[in-house]
Design a protein around this ligand. Structure first.
Ligand code: PGA
Length: 270
């Protein structure tokens, strides 16, 4: 796992958006896995800017979102379908038929989940999956105890997630309105993406970041499954990185990669 520590939220978004931009430039028909929540908002703002100012081309990009609340229609202003259109899709030249967000109103959610998996496969698999992390260590809605081999399915949300979401999206007193279930890609589905990019910022993520990066791989912290992936990048700001035991080492690695590694390669090639 490559751990990059940005000085603040802005630099974090710049790094994350830069990695996504690079992916799209290198492979214009990239399949991107996308995430919702407060964490990726600034990253999406930057991608919109790259589209408007530099012509970053989304016309061939295919997207799959991680999750959606069960029972929320697309046009509900708290649905993830709505969030993605509002924060990104409506502002770039993506082809609407290339957008996939799980359907929270699917009459047979389990059959829908199987179809979603097949669609990902038909698209050739996910090239780059963007992830946030929940306070309980979840990636997508893979709550504690989710199998690390799990596939797209319906999941009951934990009380903490319901509370977090109530505060972020519905207002503190609206907890009763937060859906209790979601359709979510599984940890196994996520691990099949060719590259993973997890981002997190702020003090409230510091202790869970220590657990998933430096603790054991466990289904009780599903983000820890990133340790099993051969190509996972984690970008944190200083606050989210505050409790990392090897923080200075991660910084050292980044510095060495920038300043020294090419020199070593040049010397070896002589
Ligand atoms: P957040 O949510 O980006 O709003 O912190 C992340 C998550 O729950 O996965």
């Amino acid at each position: 796992m490559e751990v990059i520590i940005a000085k603040d939220r802005q630099e974090l978004a710049e790094i994350a958006a830069g990695i996504i931009r690079e992916q799209i430039r290198r492979k214009p028909n990239s399949v991107l896995g996308l995430a919702t929540g407060s964490t990726p908002e600034d990253t999406y703002k930057r991608l919109i800017r790259y589209h408007k100012e530099e012509g970053l081309d989304f016309s061939k990009v295919v997207t799959f979102n991680l999750d959606e609340y069960l029972g929320l229609p697309k046009d509900h202003d708290q649905s993830y379908w709505y969030f993605m259109h509002d924060r990104l899709f409506n502002h770039v030249n993506i082809n609407p038929s290339n957008i996939h967000v799980p359907d929270g109103m699917a009459p047979d959610p389990e059959a829908f989940c199987d179809w979603y998996e097949e669609e990902i496969e038909r698209a050739g698999g996910i090239d780059l999956q963007l992830l946030g992390i929940g306070g309980d260590g979840h990636i997508a809605f893979n709550e504690p105890g989710s199998s690390l081999a799990s596939r797209t399915r319906v999941k009951a949300l934990t009380e903490q997630t319901i509370k977090d979401n109530a505060e972020l999206f519905f207002g503190k007193d609206k907890q009763h309105l937060v859906p209790r279930f979601a359709i979510t890609m599984g940890v196994g589905t996520i691990l099949e993406a060719r590259k993973l990019l997890l981002i997190a910022f702020g003090k409230r993520k510091a202790s869970i970041c220590k657990k998933f990066i430096e603790g054991p791989v466990t289904s009780m912290v599903t983000a820890s499954a990133l340790q099993l992936h051969p190509n996972a990048i984690v970008v944190l700001d200083e606050e989210a990185a505050a409790e990392l035991e090897y923080k200075e080492y991660y910084k050292w690695v980044q510095k060495m990669k920038k300043e020294e590694y090419q020199k070593v390669l040049d010397r070896l090639a002589q």
